[in-house]
Design a protein around this ligand. Structure first.
Ligand code: 6CS
Ligand code: FE
Length: 299
């Protein structure tokens, strides 16, 4: 485990500090490096996210949805640490490290439609930092309070800088009313430190409901007034590519319509995890992968 040269993104502090204008870009590659055009890359740099409709086919949606159902009902995973359950119902909330549990998910993580875009955005080779299926079941699926993924990955996993990108593929239709993801377009350019130490084993609580590392209401108000709030809606099969530091969250889902997605995080091999910057110990491997070998395309 390597130690830190410097901490450009301090957080989990004993007292509040000024919001920080991010010194790093969101986009590290250029139009020649992959399928995104220069206009698309420029828009991603400005907004911090990119939506691609019909990213995968309906046939793939059907096939992956069956796989999600299989994983969620597999008795062998009943008490597996990769399965996170809803506090109120015990329903499956998320499953982590899905590429370890499913050949279909492993192949998807290496699909060139994902790898080429991830490499283009982070500039060069990538490895999987995290994969997750969020089930957001109907009626009682609970949401995710406002947060920056990078703030957690920096503090608890030791990710040095925000040089990683997430791809969230909708497995069900994302309506405005069934717990769809909200993002603040452009907020990835501002880094918000949080106050409060990270407790030991924080992930055991945070993956059900994050409380440590979330921004203050004043910070959320500032960002919402500065950047606005966009709601990601889209048909099953659409993809949301988003920067690791964009402020996002989702409401709970009381409708009958689940809002499930497959979530894959690609980190630059030049940004591999060090010691946590603000936690007593690194999170377990199934949440923050530490195999930094470049991800190879599925042949
Ligand atoms: O802690 C994490 O790594 C996870 N937490 C949230 C709410 N989003 C990113 C990631 O899946
Ligand atoms: Fe998140």
């Amino acid at each position: 485990m390597t130690t830190h040269q410097e901490d450009l993104y301090p957080t989990r502090l004993s007292e509040a500090r000024e919001r920080l204008e991010r010194p790093h870009p969101a986009v590290w590659g250029s139009a020649e490096d992959g399928p995104f055009s220069q206009e698309e890359l420029d828009a991603h740099e400005a907004r911090g996210f990119t939506i691609i409709d019909e990213f995968i086919s309906q046939e793939e949606v059907d096939r992956y949805s069956q796989e999600l159902d299989r994983l969620a009902s597999d008795p062998a995973l009943e008490s597996d640490e990769r399965v996170v359950r809803e506090r109120s119902t015990g329903d499956v909330r998320s499953i982590f490290a899905v590429q370890q549990l499913s050949e279909l998910m492993d192949a998807l993580s290496r699909d060139e439609r994902l790898l080429d875009r991830a490499r283009q955005i982070v500039g060069g080779d990538v490895y999987l930092h995290q994969t997750r299926i969020n089930y957001m079941p109907g009626f009682k699926g609970t949401g995710f309070y406002w947060h920056s993924d990078f703030e957690t990955w920096h503090a608890e996993d030791g990710m040095p800088i925000p040089r990683s990108v997430s791809c969230s593929i909708a497995m069900t239709d994302n309506y405005p009313f069934n717990g769809g993801l909200m993002v603040m377009p452009g907020s990835h350019k501002t880094y918000v430190s949080s106050v409060g130490e990270t407790p030991a084993d924080n992930h055991k609580a945070s993956l059900q409901a994050q409380e440590v590392g979330v921004p203050t209401e004043a910070d959320i108000t500032y960002l919402a007034e500065k950047y606005g709030i966009d709601q990601f809606t889209g048909k099953a099969g659409s993809a949301l590519w988003f920067d690791s530091n964009i402020m996002h969250g989702s409401g709970s889902n009381i409708t009958p319509f689940p809002r499930s997605n497959i979530f894959m995080v690609f980190n630059s091999v030049e940004n591999s995890l060090q010691d946590p910057y603000a936690a007593p110990a690194p999170r377990p491997e199934h949440i923050a992968h530490r195999d930094f070998a470049p991800l190879k395309s599925a042949v």
